[in-house]
Write a protein that binds this ligand. Structure first.
Ligand code: G3H
Ligand code: 13P
Ligand code: ZN
Length: 315
């Protein structure tokens, strides 16, 4: 299926507006009907462009036909500027397969491979994708977290600005995911003093001023949600996310055009389900707590769109 038949768009025009317009496009991870409905209704209520991000494991969980069926059933219109994006594609074949079933954007994540392999594989999928009007995101540097301060050394995990320049010149991705101190999951920092490396971001921007940049591992991990989860029987200790003011700065004052959020939506969903089950212990109708979780995911997306990414009214 061609993505345009599903009402989807690629990320090209949206990233151009984001690069000039002081906002970032949210990429929210989805894995079932409820998450897709929540993300799309948040986009519709805020008139925000969004990227529905599907990891390979989420795709396996849903099944390709089910995913495309849900997207078709959502009746997306191209004017809504919604992209369907493969998150962390692990091979060129996996990206090609996503392209052929209806994705409008793919990420090839060869960040843990050596540089030449990353360049060659990215250039390969870029050729295939561009012939079909699909956007490609690549990644350089590793999201190892804040504890590694060994910048640019042999064990460096941050993105090296000079290598970023070479990479973009050789591989031509439409956007580049960079490592400046974020990491996946709910345990990103040990203390509030640990900050993102905006100095490295600035050097990257100087080297590749026209490339839209992507921030993975950007969840804020709200303490009220973690507290609620723990209050109602969960066990999440020492969780800490990205500082919200730093994230707002990244979204509005830098070349970061796409910000990936998964953990915040997982926390919102889990807190809502635990809360609902606790308040209504007699209930055994899953629709009730699934409905509460869908609303909570939608509200988390709306909060981030309005207060952090500033992408509302940007379609
Ligand atoms: O970047 C990773 C995302 O959070 C997806 O995680 O593979 O568990 O779906 P997942
Ligand atoms: P979080 O775990 O911070 O939400 O990151 C999500 C992500 O980067 C998905 O690609
Ligand atoms: Zn990621």
């Amino acid at each position: 299926m061609k993505y345009a038949e599903l009402g989807l768009v690629n990320t090209q025009n949206t990233f151009e507006s984001a690069l000039r317009g002081g906002f970032a496009v949210p990429a929210f991870n989805a894995y079932n009907m409820e998450t897709i409905q929540a993300i799309v209704s948040a986009a519709r209520l805020t008139h925000s462009p969004v990227i529905i991000a599907i990891s390979e494991s989420a795709l396996k969980y849903m099944g390709e036909n089910m995913l495309i069926g849900i997207i078709a059933g959502t009746r997306i219109d191209q004017h809504e500027r919604i992209a369907l994006h493969l998150d962390h594609g692990s091979s060129v074949e996996s990206c090609m397969r996503a392209i052929n079933i209806g994705f409008s954007s793919v990420m090839l994540d060869f960040s843990k491979r050596d540089l030449i392999e990353n360049i060659n594989a990215t250039a390969n999928i870029v050729r295939y994708a561009h012939a079909r009007d699909i956007s490609v995101e690549a990644e350089l540097g590793e999201l190892a977290g804040f504890e590694d301060e060994n910048t640019f050394g042999t064990k460096s995990t941050y993105t090296d600005p000079d290598i970023a320049k070479q990479f973009v010149a050789d591989a031509h991705p439409d956007s580049l995911a960079i490592a400046i101190g974020t990491s996946h999951g709910a345990y990103k920092r040990k203390s509030a003093d640990e900050k993102l490396r905006f100095d490295i971001l600035e050097q990257i921007q100087e080297q590749i001023p026209n490339t839209p940049l992507v921030l993975h591992g950007a969840s804020t991990v709200p303490t009220d949600l973690v507290d609620d989860i723990n209050k109602f029987g969960g066990k999440i200790q020492n969780a800490m996310g990205i500082d919200i003011e730093q994230l707002k700065f990244a979204a509005t004052k830098t070349h970061i055009c796409k910000i990936n959020i998964d953990s915040d939506l997982r926390l919102a969903a889990t807190a809502a389900i635990r809360r609902d089950m606790n308040i209504h212990p007699e209930n055994f109708n899953p629709r009730e707590y699934m409905d509460a979780s869908r609303d909570a995911i939608r509200d988390m997306c709306i909060f981030l769109i309005r207060e952090v990414f500033r992408s509302y009214n940007k379609i």
